[in-house]
Design a protein around this ligand. Structure first.
Ligand code: RIB
Length: 312
């Protein structure tokens, strides 16, 4: 993009994903044999940005990577996906973020992130992003950068009338109240909902209860994702929880499926602003379901050309 206008702006993280495939997740102190290894592009922020871009939105990523091999590669990855790198900065003070991921034969994962350069994205750097943020339709944020920076981005978007999608992942206890008040769409998974509300989320009814709590805290609308069970949607205008089921698929690798869902949600919010949130969630479920049937995070994300026309 050269004209400086973007539909979706993501302020968030980039990670290099180091992925081992193994029959099961190891226990503490245990070594097990895996059967596959690959390196991929990840990080919740970048994943969401890439999915939105692949569906056809003009996107910009605001992030920081290291001045190293992984950082250089990541910038090229954004370019390859048609994402603006106008607001991507490199630092010599820390390495590009990295995620160690183990995926078992059921497609489940365990992840450790070392955020590195992501934590050096500062509040002052959001100031030069301001023009792009003001002209955007949607801002998307998560919690893999400094929470204060995320909150500032959300406040800046709200003050400029830009719709916000906030994904509180990885969740942190005692989230500042303004995270809820500045979220037009607050979207989290079962474990994040549980950590933030204390409600153990296993069923649709549990997700509905957690969602009601988030609405009370000031969110404009809420989506609690439930993996193969789909998601639950609530809005301040219509607080009746609606269950949006997902079509059953056989998962190979669920890593980053939530990011695919949120990237798709950002795309629909930007390009179909009058579409009911339930319908956006129904379509985003279908996009994310495709991503779990292939290995990797961004490597598994579908592009518009490979998707059925009824999603557009
Ligand atoms: O949500 C999946 C992502 O979480 C991975 O790509 C990994 O980098 C971590 O950030």
């Amino acid at each position: 993009m050269t004209d400086g206008t973007y539909e979706v702006v993501v302020v968030g993280s980039c990670m290099t994903d180091l992925v081992s495939q193994a029959p099961r997740l190891p226990k503490a102190g245990e070594t097990i044999h895996g059967h596959g290894f690959f390196i991929g592009f990840g990080g919740k922020g970048a994943n969401q940005c890439v999915q939105a871009a692949r569906l056809g939105t003009k996107t910009a990523m605001v992030c920081k990577v290291g001045k190293d091999f992984f950082g250089d590669n990541y910038i090229q990855n954004f370019k390859n996906n048609g994402i603006s790198t106008e607001f991507v900065r490199q630092t010599e003070q820390a390495a590009t973020g990295a995620a160690t991921i183990i995926v078992n034969d059921e497609g489940e994962n365990a992840i450790v992130i070392v955020a590195g350069a992501n934590l050096l994205l500062g509040e002052e750097e959001l100031q030069w992003v301001e023009p792009a943020l003001g002209g955007a339709k949607v801002l998307v944020c998560q919690l893999e950068i400094e929470p204060d920076v995320t909150l500032l981005a959300l406040r800046m978007a709200r003050d400029r009338g830009v719709k916000t999608i906030f994904n509180p992942a990885p969740a942190i206890a005692g989230l500042h109240a303004d995270f809820y008040r500045t979220s037009d769409i607050f979207c989290c998974n079962e474990s994040e909902a549980e950590l933030l509300t204390g409600v153990v989320v296993r069923s649709v009814e549990d997700a509905a209860r957690a969602g009601e709590e988030f609405l009370q805290r000031g969110c404009g609308s809420v989506i609690v994702t439930l993996g193969p069970q789909g998601c639950v949607v609530l809005t301040a205008q219509d607080p009746t929880p609606r269950h949006i089921p997902a079509k059953p698929v056989t998962p190979l690798d669920t890593t980053g499926a939530g990011d695919s869902f949120i990237g798709a949600l950002a795309f629909y919010t930007a390009q179909y602003p009058t579409m009911p949130l339930e319908e956006m969630a129904r379509r985003a479920n279908q996009v994310a379901a495709i991503s779990v049937q292939a290995a990797g995070t961004q490597a598994s994300y579908p592009s518009r050309g490979g998707l059925p026309p009824h999603l557009f």
